[in-house]
Design a protein around this ligand. Structure first.
Ligand SMILES: Nc1ncnc2c1ncn2[C@@H]1O[C@H](COP(=O)(O)OP(=O)(O)OP(=O)(O)O)[C@@H](O)[C@H]1O
Ligand SMILES: [Mg+2]
Length: 232
């Protein structure tokens, strides 16, 4: 069971992938992962390339099933939920930011932020107002009507942050959100993410290779040899 402050909990999660299409022994990626994330706190996951960080994040968000073990999200065991319930939970309670966050191509920045809250049940007008508010918060108020190809990489990530936060999720899953940005944009996006997470009291699971970015989180987990350990 979950503790009262927990929003996410992993218990003894195991995950392997098939080595080849033709079979052969599976490759073990995660081996008995225990992990906990509390409301309004942040954890970083660090580890070498290929160590399983993205796999761990996807299992935590119910985007991928684990072989065994349990994942709880807000009192629900998501490792046991069906697809419909899962996508509903994702739309209401989770926000995602990836290294190259894909915005909907032919849609404007405003529409990209508006659509998720319409999917979550807001009226078009409410969603539009919310989206404008969020885009203003991330400093994109002068780019509302630009489509994704008319935005720079840093601007796209700011739209992605607005989109991830617009439904007031309880957890943001961020996989290398600054990984493809230059130093200046990376630090802007980093500051923005932490200030919004604090402002909206969201929990954050952050994957990053950047040591100082990771250190800003409350707890840093290091993934190594298929296991996590808390590093300081
Ligand atoms: N769908 C899949 N099928 C088979 N193997 C996979 C699959 N997804 C990931 N892997 C393998 O699992 C391992 C962990 O992948 P993962 O993407 O979780 O690593 P990562 O720590 O996020 O790496 P990076 O820092 O490069 O993003 C890798 O060796 C990868 O090749
Ligand atoms: Mg990865």
């Amino acid at each position: 069971m979950m503790k009262s402050a927990e929003v996410l909990r992993l218990e003894q999660v195991f995950k392997s992938f098939r080595a080849t299409l033709r079979g052969g022994p599976p490759i073990q990626i995660l081996e008995g992962i225990d992990l906990s994330l509390e409301r309004s706190t942040s954890i970083a996951i660090t580890g070498n390339s290929g160590s399983g960080k993205s796999t761990l994040l996807q299992i935590s968000a119910g985007l991928m099933q684990c072989d065994s073990g349990r994942v709880w999200f807000e009192e629900q065991e998501i490792s046991a939920l069906g697809d419909d319930k899962l996508s509903q939970l994702r739309s209401h309670s989770m926000g995602f930011i990836f290294q190259n966050s894909l915005l909907l191509d032919d849609f404007t920045a405003l529409e990209n932020v508006q659509i998720p809250s319409m999917i979550a049940g807001k009226s078009e007008k409410q969603a539009k107002n919310l989206a404008m508010e969020m885009l203003t918060t991330v400093g994109m108020q002068d780019r509302l009507h630009h489509t994704s190809d008319q935005l720079s990489g840093g601007e796209r990530q700011r739209v992605a942050i607005a989109r991830a936060l617009v439904n007031n999720p309880s957890v943001i899953f961020a996989d290398e959100p600054t990984g493809s940005l230059d130093e200046q944009n990376a630090s802007l996006v980093e500051d923005l993410l932490f200030s919004l997470v604090q402002q909206q009291q969201v929990a954050l699971m952050l994957i990053t290779h950047n040591y100082s970015f990771a250190q800003r989180c409350d707890v840093v987990y290091h993934l190594h040899d298929r296991k996590v350990e808390v590093s300081s």
